[in-house]
Design a protein around this ligand. Sequence first.
Ligand code: URA
Length: 205
Amino acid sequence: RATMPRPADVPESLADARAAALQCRRCTLCEAATQTVWGTGDPDAAMMIVGEQPGDREDLVGQPFVGPAGDVLREALREAAVDADRIWMTNAVKHFKFTPRGTQRLHQSPDRGEIQHCRWWLGLELAFVRPRVTLALGASAAFALTDDHTALAPRRGHVETGLHGGPVVLSWHPSYILRLSSPTARDTAQRALVADIRAAVAKAN
Ligand code: URA
């Protein structure tokens, strides 16, 4: 029997939000992905780190930043003397977007519409965790948090005000660092990421 659409129930806690996100069908990405990858870490964290979307490994494991990009991020956190368990780590988009190629699943960047649909969940994470600072990794996270889709390079290392009203430090995405072919460029970008993590820590204190 047909029913009239009702306003979406607004989750009352981080746990409720996660439970609702696991059932999300706001866009079509849920159809091919294995599962929703919700944030992990300390729900009382002073710092939130936002990536783009789960990668192949994250999609299978169900946790953010557990693949090669996560190794780069975790190494940068160690260099900045930040305990990864004391932050909240999540993504702008909670489902893996990919194109099948033989036995592989090739990463595809989420589009602006998908990022906007998924902002509902990011907004709930921000509202319940209430971090003092957010670190945006890459252009998708920057757009999700600030609604500004202009190029990241001139904005990297700067602090902007997020849609939620809090400070957002912008940095490179670890996958971008991994893709740089020159070791010197990779080293420079990695050092910039460490410096941006330190800047975010300073903002949080
Ligand atoms: N890249 C991201 O942006 N997030 C992850 O969780 C993994 C890779």
